[in-house]
Design a protein around this ligand. Structure first.
Ligand code: FES
Length: 155
C-alpha cells in the first residue's frame, strides 16, 4: 500500500526498481529505501528475535534500531530502512550459522553479565572511597603521634 503521490516526494514513480526480498520479487521506485519498497509491497517482517524468533517489523525507520537488519547482496547487518533501493539487489533475512549459535550458547547468563556490569561500575567508586578516606586516616595517625609526643614530654 502506498500513499497517494504528493508534491515534493522523494521517490520517482516513473522509474521502477526491482529486487528480491526474502525470495519474493519486489518492485519499488527510485528514491525508495529497501524497507519502504518492501513495506509498500506488503512485507511486514524484517528480522526475528534471537531467543524466541519473534517477528520484528519496522520500528524507528531511521537507522537506529536492530529491527530491520538484513543481509543485502551478501553484506550482513544492513539496516534496510536507510539503504537505498537498487536494481537486482538480493535482500535476505539473517540466520545464524552453527558457529554463531555455538557462540551465543556460550555467552554467560544474564545474572552473570549483570554481576560483571555491577563489578565494573563499583570498582571506580570503591577506589574513590579508598582515596578519599586515606587522607583523613593519615591525618589521624599524625595527630595521634603528636599527642603521644606531647604526653611523653609532659611526663
Ligand atoms: S527500523 Fe530501526 S533501524 Fe531500521
Amino acid at each position: 500500500m502506498r500513499l497517494e503521490p504528493r508534491a515534493g516526494e522523494r521517490i520517482d514513480r516513473g522509474k521502477a526498481v526491482s529486487f528480491t526480498f526474502a525470495g519474493w520479487k519486489v518492485t519499488g521506485f527510485e528514491g525508495d529505501t529497501i524497507a519502504s519498497a518492501a513495506f509498500a509491497a506488503g512485507k511486514r517482517v524484517f528480522s526475528r528475535s534471537f531467543k524466541y524468533h519473534r517477528p520484528r517489523g519496522l520500528m524507528c525507520c531511521s537507522g537506529h534500531c536492530p529491527n530491520c537488519q538484513m543481509t543485502v547482496d551478501g553484506v550482513p547487518n544492513v539496516r534496510v530502512c536507510t539503504e537505498p533501493i537498487r536494481e537486482g539487489a538480493v535482500v535476505e533475512g539473517q540466520t545464524l550459522d552453527e558457529a554463531g549459535v555455538r557462540r551465543l550458547a556460550t555467552l554467560p547468563s544474564r545474572d552473570v553479565l549483570q554481576a560483571q556490569v555491577v563489578g565494573v561500575l563499583a570498582a571506580p567508586l570503591q577506589q574513590l572511597v579508598t582515596l578519599l578516606s586515606a587522607a583523613p586516616r593519615e591525618f589521624v595517625v599524625v595527630l595521634d603521634q603528636i599527642i603521644q609526643k606531647k604526653q611523653a614530654e609532659a611526663a
